[in-house]
Structure formats: C-alpha cells, structure tokens
Design a protein. Structure first.
Length: 727
C-alpha cells in the first residue's frame, strides 16, 4: 500500500512538473519571439522609411533629374546594406531607371518588372510588399515599393540578414528560431541549407495553427508539433507586424520532460530501496516460518521421483507436525500399493508380449499371403484377359460376340473386386510403390471407355469420354486404378442420365474430371466416402454394391502420387470429382498420336517376336493373338529353350516379350540380357509381371525395357508392343 501511494505521488508530481516546465518554456519562447518580431519589424521599418524618403523627393523638377536620382539611390544603397537594387517604374510596371550594387545603372530600358503589381501603389505614405523569391537560385529576397508621385520606386531587399536574428536567438540553450513568409516559405533559419532547400511549410501543422491563431502583433504559444526531422517539439509563433511574416521558436519536448523524469527517477529509486528492504525482511521471516513446509516440499519431490523410502522426521508438535505424520502414513500406503501394482504390471506385460508376438506372426503370415495371392491371382486373371481377347477376334456371330462381351464385363468386375482387396491390403502394409513415368491420357481415357462403357450400357446409362492428348507424370497402373474406381463409383450410384469424363488444362497442370448425374453427396458424407467399407445406401442404385473400398484406394493412391482430389456435389443433381495432375515437362503440350493411331501406322504384321513365359496358358494365348496379327512367333518356357528354338532361324528377333518370374529361379532380365548378347544387338524388350516390387521399375529402366503389370488386356498389350517397336 505504501509503495502504491509513493508511486501515485511520484506520478502526480511528475505530471505537475511537466506542466510547469511546459509553461516556463512557452513564456520564455513568447518573450524571445516577440523580441525578434519587434527587431525584425524595426529593421523592415527602417528599410521602408529609406525607400519612402527617396520616393517623396520632387523628381522631375529643376535640380532633380535622373543624375540626381541615381546619386540618391547610390546613397540609399550604402545606407541600407539589405537593399541590393532600386528601380523606378511607371504606372504599368515598365522600368525607367535601374540602379544596382553589381551592375551599371541603366535608364529607360522599358522592360517589365517581374511583379507589375508593385507599380500599383497609390498612397504617398504607403509601402507595398512583394512576394518572396530566391535571387540567383539561392538568395532569399523580396521587394518593397513606394509611390513617387507618378510611378513607384521598387527596392529589392536581401533577406539573408534575418538569419543573424534567428542565429542569435538559437545560440542560447536548445532553442531554435526560424522565420517564414505569409505563404509558408522558409526565409530565415540558423542552418542556411534549410533556406537554400526552399522549404515550403504551408502544409505543416505549426504554420497552419499559427496562421489561424496569430493576429497582428499577437502570438500562439505552447504548440506541440514536429520539427523538420519529425521529432516532437514545443513551438511558439509570433507575427511580425506589417509584414505577414511569422517568427517561430522551437524547443525539444524532452526539455520540458526533464523535471518530470527527474521526479520519476527519484520516486523509482525510493520504491526500489523500499522494495529491497521489504524483500530482505520477507526472506528472513519466510525462512523462519516456512522451514517445515520446505522440508515437506523436499520429501514430496522425492516421492514424486519414485523414492518411496523418504520420510519426514518429526520436528514440532503443531498442525505442521500433524501434517508431516499424515504424509508419512500416506507414503507407507503408497509403498504397499506400488509393490502390488508392480506385480500386476509384470503379469499384464507378459500377456501383452505374448499377444504382440502373436499379432506379429499373424501380420507376417498376412504379408506372405498377400505376396502369394497378388502373384497367383493376377496370373489366371491375365490369362483370362488374353484368352477373351483372342476369342473375341475369332467370333463372328453377333450373339457369340455379345456373350463374350458379357464374360469380359464379368471378368472386369472380378478383377475390380480382387484388385481392390489386394490393393487396400498392400497399401496398408506399405508394399505398393509408385513407378513415375510419362503417361498419355489419351490411352488412359480409351481404356476407361473400353472397360466401363458396357457396364454403363447395362444400367441404361451413357458413358461419354472426351478424348485429349495431354501427357502427365504418374504411374500408369495407379492412374488406371484411380480413374477406374472413380468411373465405377459414378456408374454404380447413377440412376438416370450418364457419366462424363474429360480433361482441362490449368497452367502447368491438368484436371481429369468425372461428372455424373447421380443423387449427389450430402455435405455430412463428403469426408466419410473415403473411409474403408463405407457405402451410401441410395435408393435405385445398382444391386452390385461392391465392398466400399474404391474411394479409399483412390485417396491413398492420390496421396502416393502427390496429386490432389477435389469433390463438388449438389444433392439431387450430381457429383464432380477433379483429379489434378502435373503435366510432363518435355511433352506437356504435345499432341502425340494415341496408341490406336500408332497401331494403325506401325502394324505388327510380319514382325519376328520371341515370347518367353513358363505359364503355358499365358504363352499360348499370346501366341494365338500374335498369329492373328500375322506375326512370326517363337515361344519358350525359359531362356535356354528360347535360344535353342532361335538356332533354327537366321532372322534377328524384332521384340522380346517375357514374363518376369520364370521357373528354376530365373527371371526375364536374364532372358533379355542373354538374347541381346547372343545377337549383339539392342533388341526391343517388353516385360510383364504380376510382381509389384518397387525395385523392378528402376531395373527395367536401366535395361532399356518397358515394364507392364498384370492383368493386362490384349488390346493394351498389343499397343505396348507396337509402342516398343516404334523408332
């Protein structure tokens, strides 16, 4: 309380000290400004009197000719150093006589003076003041004129002598004096550079307040303004009588704050001394009164660190001693509970360890199963796709072709279900890796239309795919999985209308858009649709619901490729999925021919192709398809068999098509390497595999070999072969 009162008293005293200092500075500035105004007014009056005396002489009479006037003007120039030139002008402002300190006198030049208004003086005792200007570009100057009976005598007055007045006033303390004319132009300042800089103060706060508040011979004091450097100052202004000029006195506001700072410093010193004394006393009393509590706190900290053997020795018989005894009993109880808890934790840890080992074994078994299932399931699916492709090329009857198309649709559905289950498991295990390369969207969109148009037609929907020729960076298999799941999802939930797929370029990116006219997605489901096994039960949708994994796989694949997926939907109108992908740097704007166009230009007819696959069904299906394309084919189950078969042919193969995993621990890379060495030629090569190991793509790129992942439709496989054979 005492410290608060002391601080309050110091603050009040500082405030009063600042006010008194401000009043003292204002009064002093007022006296100085008035003294300077009187001195300047007297100085100007002497100049005016000299001009009037010369103008009143009876010029034009006998004895008062031009020679006498020049002599009188020369005398006035010597008597008044501030006057630099004298001119006689007629009533219109034309010069009749000119006398200067620095030039010879001239008579009757007839030149117009700069300020014709100075010739309009009509009062015998009146003196007219002209505007302020800078002679020779740097000397502050003004003009006075007096009526001489016919015209006027105009005197050019050098204002530099006013700077002596401001310098004398500024020499005491930290005060600063300067003078401005009626228009706000600085005409005198202790620092000549400010005057030479032609500072215009007409917009300054100090000039405007002084011009409004100062009447003739009056003043405005104690203004808080800013100086030329933007520092706070206390300013007083006084008007110079008869001129319109203003004399300003400035002093830094810090001068007025000195008494307040001194008072505040003393107060703070007293507060600091009092606080130090109070702190010392409080420490001493606290040490005496809080020693038992400190001991209790020390033991509490030990218990918190797990040292349950710590106890508080009894020191006194009072409330603190009773608290120490209760605390010791609590520590004893904690020791008993801790021992029991340790036994339970050990037992539970053993159980959890056994459960963890079982989970790890189950996870390892799951991983092995997925690896085997991925390969073993993709092989027959690949065979079925190839055989269906061959079958469709051999069927002519429309009913048979329609039946084959239905089988193809069922196979595609089965591929989707198996693929979803295997893909979501591999994504969970982190076993799927992206193989980033340039992917032609024209091929991808054609695959979408070929795969999903029959499913859309079965529901009475129309799948429209707008062709485009953009090339993006991505993984072809993952992109096909993403777009296929989006289109399948759109078809599944659309009752009437159709699905539209197209692309739009956005700068250096491409948006692949999937529109549908389905029921739309409510805002509350916008995030949930990407969760596993989540399905929206919409009336009228397809009976084949799927597993609810499609969009979950889409989102994970999108994140793996670094793309972004945006969902827009209106309930009752439809949904739009936008997949944003980067354009390929070297071919972003190219319009390359689609795989179908390349197939028509570079047919496989007459090509010599080596097929190596230890799966007989796959090999026979591919050989039949190549024979249908009129290719010359050599098929083998391994490398040695292929070399033996090729001994019967003199022609170098045009293309090697091999599976990755072959019997006896061999692989397709060995086949490609040995055949190229045998023929000493870089034969084009294409490798197909059901293995999704991420290390295969770098090895294939290093071996100049194209890699495809099973299952692969016949049309896509033929397109890949044509692309590999292209120059």
């Amino acid at each position: 309380m005492t410290l608060t009162l002391l601080m309050l008293s110091g603050a009040i005293e500082s405030r009063f000290g600042y006010s008194e200092s401000l009043d003292h500075i204002s009064v002093l500035q007022e006296v100085q400004a008035e003294s300077a105004a009187r001195e300047i007014s007297s100085y100007v009056a002497n100049i005016e009197a000299g001009i009037q005396d010369v103008a009143k002489m009876p010029w034009g009479r006998i004895g008062y000719g031009d020679d006498q006037r020049r002599i009188e003007f020369q005398r006035l120039l010597k008597a008044v150093p501030a006057i630099t030139e004298l001119q006689v002008v007629d009533g219109t402002g034309r010069e009749e006589l000119h006398v200067s300190r620095s030039a010879r006198a001239r008579v009757g030049s007839g030149a117009m003076i700069d300020e014709p208004a100075l010739a309009e003086v009509q009062q015998p005792d009146g003196v007219r003041h002209g505007r302020t200007f800078f002679r020779d570009g740097e000397l502050p100057t003004t003009r006075f004129s007096a009526f001489d009976g016919e015209g006027a005598v105009v005197a050019t007055v050098d204002l530099r002598l006013l700077s002596e007045v401001t310098a004398r006033l500024s020499s005491t303390g930290r005060s600063l004096a300067y003078i401005v004319d009626a228009g706000g132009l600085l005409i005198a300042h202790p620092q000549p550079t400010h005057v030479l800089g032609r500072r215009d103060l007409s917009s300054s706060e100090a000039f405007n307040r002084a011009a409004r508040g100062a009447g003739d011979g009056s003043h405005v004091r104690g203004m808080s303004t800013l100086d030329f450097d933007g520092q706070p100052v206390i300013t007083t202004a006084t008007k110079v009588p008869g001129t319109g000029w203003l004399v300003f006195m400035e002093q830094p506001r810090s001068e007025a704050l000195k008494p307040a700072w001194a008072t505040l410093t003393r107060t703070l010193l007293l507060v600091a001394l009092g606080g130090a004394a109070a702190l010392m006393l409080s420490v001493e009393f606290g040490r005496r009164m809080a020693a038992p509590i400190v001991a209790l706190r020390r033991v509490t900290a030990q218990v918190a660190d797990g040292q349950l053997e710590a106890t508080i020795p009894p020191q006194r018989e009072d409330e603190v001693g009773d608290l120490a005894a209760d605390f010791n009993r609590m520590i004893s109880r904690l020791r008993d509970l801790y021992a029991s808890l340790e036994a339970k934790v050990a037992e539970r840890t053993a159980q959890l360890s056994a459960a963890r080992d079982g989970a790890e074994r189950a996870n390892a078994a799951k991983t092995r199963f997925l690896a085997a299932a991925s390969h073993d399931l993709r092989q027959p699916m690949h065979s079925i796709s190839l055989l269906l492709g061959v079958l469709q090329t051999r069927l002519d009857h429309p009913e048979h072709l329609a039946l084959a198309d239905k089988i193809q649709s069922s196979v595609a559905t089965m591929e989707s279900l198996f693929g979803n289950l295997l893909d979501i498991s591999k994504l969970d295990a982190g076993a799927m890796q992206a193989h980033v390369e340039d992917v032609e969207l024209g091929w991808l969109l054609h695959r979408l239309e070929q795969t999903w148009a029959p499913q859309a037609a079965e529901k009475g929907l129309r799948l429209r795919v707008r062709a485009c020729h953009f090339v993006v960076r991505g993984d072809a298999a993952l992109l096909e999985r993403i777009t296929g799941n989006l289109v399948a999802n759109a078809i599944r939930y659309t009752r009437t209308g159709g699905v539209l797929v197209g692309c739009r370029r956005r700068g250096d990116q491409v948006e692949l858009q999937v529109w549908d006219s389905g029921p739309g997605i409510e805002p509350r489901y916008r995030e949930a649709i990407f969760e596993e096994f989540f399905r929206i039960e919409a009336p009228g949708t397809s009976a084949e619901k799927g597993l609810g994994l499609g969009l979950s796989i889409v989102q994970r694949c999108v994140h793996m490729l670094g793309y972004s997926l945006i969902v827009s939907s209106r309930v009752g109108y439809g949904t739009l999925f936008r997949l944003v992908m980067p354009l390929a740097p070297a071919s972003a704007a190219s319009h390359r021919a689609s795989p179908r166009q390349a197939a028509s230009q570079q047919a496989l007819e007459g090509r010599f192709i080596v097929v190596v696959d230890d799966e007989g069904m796959n090999a026979h299906a591919l050989v039949d398809a190549l024979h249908a394309c009129r290719c010359h084919v050599v098929a083998a189950a391994g490398c040695d068999e292929a070399l033996a078969e090729l001994q019967q042919h003199l022609r170098v193969p045009d293309l090697i098509v091999t599976d990755y995993q072959l019997g006896g621990g061999r692989d397709g890379f060995e086949v490609i390497s040995r055949l190229r060495q045998h023929y000493d030629d870089d034969i084009a090569a294409l490798m197909v595999t059901a293995n999704t190991d991420a290390s295969l793509q770098p090895r294939a790129s290093a071996a100049n070999t194209r890699l495809l992942h099973k299952p692969i439709g016949l049309q896509r496989l033929l397109e890949a072969m044509q692309s590999s054979l292209a120059p």
